[in-house]
Ligand binder design. Sequence first.
Ligand SMILES: C[S@@+](CC[C@H](N)C(=O)[O-])C[C@H]1O[C@@H](n2cnc3c(N)ncnc32)[C@H](O)[C@@H]1O
Length: 204
Amino acid sequence: MVDRTAHWQAVYTTKAENEVSWFQENPATSLRLIADANASADSAIIDIGGGASRLVDALLAQGFRSLAVLDVSAAALEAAKTRLGPASADVEWIVADVTKWRPAKSYDIWHDRAAFHFLTEAADREAYVDRLKSAIAPGGQVIIGTFAPDGPQKCSGLVVQRYDATSLAEALGSSFELIDNLADAHRTPWGAIQHFQFSRFRRI
Ligand SMILES: C[S@@+](CC[C@H](N)C(=O)[O-])C[C@H]1O[C@@H](n2cnc3c(N)ncnc32)[C@H](O)[C@@H]1O
């Protein structure tokens, strides 16, 4: 089994921001789905496996005031903090493996782009859903982007589990109602197209 911390620390300490396939200058699909979730400036939003993503920059620029980013790689979060400068002090940074994390508070919106799909063991997926249930109260919303069934079989050299809306809803279980799903074609920094799907759920 892969040592997740070692793998992701190696990625973020050896590659520049735009040398990873998942880099996005503008995380437009995530921003649209967060807007569709009726987020207000005070909504508590957590980006799971946020890495060094620019989503947090864009949300701060839109006036969101209660943001958290969780990642297993401290180096990824350091890169994001350095880029943001003093504005990083307004964000909660959590270095943790989501499958082992103990949420200390409740969030209104859970966002995950390309982290859940690395959980290829049922026990890890169950641990993830446990954390999701304890971090998101009924009425809260969950946005998860994964590789689609016609997306790549690997990311960052690791095998991934691909989903459509139905299989993702099954993985989350009956505490989550699917409210939206869309296909997203991501262009990597070197011009390859990767098919993602994004689903939005409401916690019942
Ligand atoms: C493909 S990258 C996507 C990063 C970011 N979400 C984005 O869209 O740019 C996957 C991220 O998930 C993180 N990750 C992978 N497994 C994780 C886990 N079990 N717990 C927390 N973070 C994890 C990695 O460190 C990495 O930053």
